[in-house]
Write a protein that binds this ligand. Structure first.
Ligand code: HEC
Length: 471
């Protein structure tokens, strides 16, 4: 079960009531309550999305306001005209109303039992207080129901003992994951016409939705990159006004534009890591992009440790040893030393070297660029030293000189490609991979390896056993 996020809830409300959630003075508390702070994990995580009492209260308040708005607007265009009465209406009319509303609210056909349950609840009101009141209450109940607030990926039991997702579940999962909202009319039609079963059919819909979202700022693929790389952290690393770093939104915009351009094209990873090569000395790709370098910097200095950590843990999926760090001595940089000299000072103890040997040696290879990602040829008056050592990359380990060589090594590393497939899997599935996902990951890897298109990676997930069959 997945609880809708705040943004998804707003989109789902709009689908049901036709009104923009939050418009016309209605509370946005429900949206806020549904957006828990995800901490250091991807935001799309099934496990964190529960429903506590304050959240439920906010949701019921939201449902009440939205139902009120609907009675004043959308209700008047409902095909079930008999319900529009302030006087008593028949059970048949209530049934017609529920039958019309439930599939839109549940985003799938409703069962007879589900319809009956709502009719039983609303009929007495319809009789005593009239149709309009029953419709209003009906909408409150529906918009507070688990079927509206959650989406299920329970599947139906197969002969092999696994649970196969239904076409409705597949359609809703694709739509909410890729577009943050309920299925669009095209997808609805595919589900109803039973054209969302084969990998080719599912893949075509995934491709369509990814391509349609590609030009919008918050496309699925863009959200993935923002969360995986955190390049928008530029906004949190303030530079002094006299540093000449400039407006901090610009490096972010530039990276977004370049990513959008690459997303649907072949050889994605090569272009991502090396695509800027040649446009300026020592420019490679993402790792020499201002947004990345600035996002991983300190207000007045570079941050090789965190740059190295990003490359090692996020791009190569290495895990840092987990050890107790009792007493890390204060980092007292001397103002006249280079970053390389400063890091060497704290790298003398064996306990530190375990991590810092790897992290610092990678990150120092990016010293060609200053803390705001600008090219430089000197540091503290001396020529910049851009040598580094790559560790934890599998076949590509070893010394390198400068960002281009580093990026070339990374682009050749099979470990990096495998790690990238895993990151995309984690983001799309909302969980970490387990041994049961090995086949799906291998399939995704080969689909991706063929043309190297980013979209193929997401397509592979939604047609994989890990997604379609639950145990
Ligand atoms: C388990 C791996 C690991 C070990 C062991 C380790 N560090 Fe670190 N250290 C890191 C990481 C990762 C960072 C980057 C900060 C972060 O991610 O929180 C870091 C950051 C630092 C920083 C920069 C602090 C800052 O806020 O910018 C200093 C200084 C430092 N470590 C010194 C040491 C010293 C000295 C030792 C040995 C006593 C040591 N570290 C042992 C992983 C380690």
């Amino acid at each position: 079960m997945w609880r809708l996020t705040g943004a998804q809830y707003a989109r789902a409300i709009r689908e049901v009531t036709g009104s923009r959630y939050g418009e016309g003075g209605s509370a946005t508390a429900a949206m806020g309550a549904l957006d828990g702070a995800p901490g250091d994990v991807y935001s799309n995580v099934a496990a964190i999305a529960g429903m506590d009492h304050p959240t439920l209260e906010a949701v019921v308040t939201g449902a009440t306001l939205e139902a009120q708005k609907w009675v004043a607007t959308g209700y008047k265009t409902s095909k079930v005209t008999c319900i529009r009465a302030t006087t008593s209406v028949s059970n048949t009319c209530v049934q017609e109303f529920v039958r019309e509303r439930l599939p839109t609210v549940f985003r799938r056909p409703a069962t007879t039992e589900e319809i009956d349950a709502y009719v039983r609840r609303l009929s007495p009101i319809a009789q005593s207080k009239g149709g309009e009141e029953a419709a209003r209450l009906g909408m409150i109940l529906m918009l507070s129901s688990p079927e509206f607030l959650f989406r299920s990926e329970m599947g139906t039991l197969t002969a092999q003992g696994s649970h196969r997702l239904t076409p409705w579940e597949v359609g809703n999962a694709i739509a909410f994951t890729l577009t943050n909202g309920p299925p669009d009319p095209d997808l609805d039609r595919a589900i109803i016409e039973n054209k969302l079963s084969t990998p080719a059919e599912i893949g075509a819909q995934v491709e369509r939705l990814l391509a349609a979202a590609n030009n919008t700022d918050e496309s699925f693929a863009m959200r993935f990159f923002k969360e995986m790389t955190n390049f928008t952290n530029v906004l949190n690393v303030m530079k002094a006004p006299n540093s000449g770093a400039g407006d901090n939104q610009r490096p972010i915009d530039a990276t977004e534009e370049r990513l959008r351009d690459l997303m649907s094209k072949p050889s994605f990873l090569d272009n991502w890591l090396l695509g800027l090569k040649g446009s300026a000395p020592d420019q490679a790709g993402f790792l020499t992009e201002r947004s990345f370098l600035w996002a991983y910097s300190q207000p007045a200095s570079t941050d090789p440790i965190r740059r190295g950590k990003f490359i090692s843990t996020k791009l190569l999926c290495n895990q840092l040893p987990s050890i107790e760090l009792a007493d890390i001595p204060d980092f007292n940089p001397s103002p006249n030393a280079t970053m390389r000299q400063q890091l060497a000072q704290h790298n003398t103890q064996a306990s530190c070297v375990q991590c810092h040997k790897m992290l610092d040696a990678i990150g120092l290879g990016l010293e060609r660029f200053d803390d705001a990602g600008r090219w430089r040829d000197t540091e503290q008056g001396a020529p910049v030293n851009t040598t580094g050592v790559l560790l934890g990359s599998g076949s590509e380990d070893g010394p390198f000189n400068g960002p281009v060589e580093l990026s070339e090594k990374l682009a050749r590393s099979t470990r990096l490609k495998q790690c990238f497939v895993r990151q995309a899997f984690r983001y799309t599935s909302g969980r970490n991979e387990s041994t049961q996902d090995a086949c799906s990951l291998t399939a995704a890897y080969s689909a991706f390896a063929q043309q190297g298109r980013l979209f193929d990676l997401f397509k592979a997930y939604f047609t994989s056993d890990s997604f379609l069959n639950r145990r």
